[in-house]
Design a protein around this ligand. Sequence first.
Ligand code: HEC
Ligand code: HEC
Length: 339
Amino acid sequence: MPIRINQKWILLGLASSLYFLACRQGETVLPSEEVWYAREIPYFPPKNIPSDNQLTPERIALGKALFFDPILSRDSSLSCASCHKQEFAFADNKTKTPGIANRPGTRNVPVLFNLVYQDRFLREGSLPTLEMQVLVPIQEHNEFDFNIVDIADKLKLIPFYDSLAKLAYNREPDPFVITRSISAFERTLISADSKYDQVRLGKTKFNQTEELGYSLFKTFCASCHTEPLFTNHQNANNGLYVHYNDPGRYRFTKIPKDSGSFKIPSLRNIAFTAPYMHNGSLKDLDAVILHYNMGGQHGPNQDGRVQALNLNPTQKAALKAFLLTLSDYSFLNDPNFKP
Ligand code: HEC
Ligand code: HEC
């Protein structure tokens, strides 16, 4: 079975390269706006693409094949997509998804989209590049428990990967190629087609309830979950606990006030990504709204912006209705992101 997939990919990879080479020779290269992965969203910030890893069809195809290939895990049982599922905006619907041999996960699986606009990764925001992040699941005992050098040795023996790596980066499928190509694929995961976006583009309007929810959102939530990405990419302690079992950013900085501080997640596609928070402890949006309405648990590091809101039932329902306008069904069904 994997062999059949591989052959299909070789053909696709070769065909697309030949096509692009042909275009270049005939000087009929498509203007970059027309290439799906180069799409710019007019109200989004600039993309963050490293100069040594510009996006090309071959790099994206290679990264996508690796993202869906269980060859990355020690016992070939899991791929990145086992935890990051398109139907849940590349998060999962479990509290904590286990790794190989059913080893328990430590945190709730985060979404993967609009990563090209970010420069801090993991729940505590401790890693500066996607390329570095790829190494984390590969090595973690409770994820793939493997070694990137061993993976590279396996990939070199597979003609599909060997030839596509050469087309994509002009080298063997080594750790450079593995980390770069997976990151290239991840940078194409752009979600910007929700009702909210349609409203922004003037193609539709919010109903009255959504409009009320939007104004409550702007008053109480947007300083952290900032438009248009619905995160300001900072960290905060949102008052989930007085004492956190997971120290969050403290794990990385050892600064006491960082205890319980986590990266502020995007709220785009929030309808699909329950359960919520770094540990998946809040089961649905009603539980989240209840948490913020009560103003958190008032631990020592709680951010001052999280305070009791005293919303009435109509206002709570409106806030939820607004959050549901952030659902992007075309992202969930985009064939570019399917194996
Ligand atoms: C066993 C489940 C599991 C597997 C398999 C897995 N991940 Fe993750 N992923 C997670 C969890 C949990 C986190 C949060 C980790 C943390 O914050 O410490 C995460 C975080 C991430 C992040 C950071 C997202 C952000 O916004 O900061 C990226 C990117 C990512 N994973 C990509 C991948 C890639 C690529 C693979 C395959 C090479 C992969 N993951 C495999 C569970 C998994
Ligand atoms: C002080 C900054 C701050 C404010 C204000 C804030 N949040 Fe958050 N929010 C966070 C942080 C940090 C997290 C992640 C906490 C964690 O992982 O444990 C979060 C998580 C969430 C989540 C879960 C996301 C996920 O993928 O798990 C939702 C939903 C959410 N907030 C909604 C809201 C709403 C609605 C408001 C306004 C009523 C709001 N937030 C106000 C910082 C904030």
